[in-house]
Design a protein. Sequence first.
Length: 408
Amino acid sequence: MKSFKWVYDDSGFYSYILLNGPSDLFDGVQKILYQKKISILLSGSSFRPASNGNQYDWYIRINQSNAPYHVVKDIFSQITYRDIPFQEESESYTELPPWELEGLFEETSQITIEELTEVLQQKQLEINELQQFKESYQKLAVLYQNKSNELEEIREWNNQLETDCSNMQARLRQLTYENEKLKQFHQKYLKARAENKTLREENRQLQAKLSTADRSSSTSRDLVETNLELQRKLTKKDEELNQWVDEYEAENDKKDVEINQWVNEVQKQNKHITTLENQKAHLLYKNRQLNEHLHDSSNKIGVSSNKTTSGEPLFQTTLRVFAKNIKFLGGSLQILWQEIENPDRILEDLAKLNTLKGERVESLHGWLERRYNDWRLYYQFHGDGQCRVLIAAKKTQKHDIEWLKGRD
């Protein structure tokens, strides 16, 4: 008989109802739970296997205090969808019906000591192989972290170089503008100098005429005095112009030298940036390779003779091993495994929390938060180098902050 599968999972910090079925069935179940006064904390698509090793379509996180197992079981026994009932599945994948246990006992009772020894030896070989994979996985994880740190340093250095290069280019533009202004002033000076030269030539011609004129007449004497005064002024003006052009040429030469220095420096910085970009691209490629190796090693470590075993315990153990300075509060690890479709960004940030900038959480002393669409990561550092972390949903933020207040 066809049925929809469900399970009540209270193996962790949070209690879950996990079920299969279409979305309208999922919505209908939630409405019924609301009507029965069951507190639903969060719900959505389930992305990884439950503790019994089976994958379900949906999860409903509930408040266990008003939804114990027997209450939920009674509710599901009354729910049907298009005349199709729900069938409860075992919470633990190791649980077997009595008749299967009896058959297993009869089968194993006929195994000889030699056969058992052979099986144990084979299992020991598998354990040794898994241990080798685990050691390889740990080495790769350390290498991956080192490469990630190296890449982060290069990113910061690259950003600083880009800022310096931008400042240099702005200064170069300013120097070029000032140089153009000096050149315009130089053109004006040359024009003024040419006019001054013309005036001197006219003055010389006037002086020549005066030399042949009647020196006894008063008009001639006045012209001579005027000519002499004009000549003195022209001489003084010429000296000023010569001094000005000398100063200009010295300043212009200085600017040209500075511009050339800046051009050379900008070219060096551009080459350096190109080199860093190439290094960054190479490291990103290496990191992708390491990610693939880590993924392959993780899969091999998780190999089991029982094909329906959940990977959640290994996932939680791995996080605790590689994040020894982090204390995960509440059901953070459950949420990472069960509720978040792609936790990559959160996992990457957990590896470098002490270098990240977070938003201060109002009303919580010393707590910071990182935001990831519908999810939040709250963290607080302690003087002993330890860090407390809570991973939770955006929807439950008010409740989660109150919960953290009670633990400060």
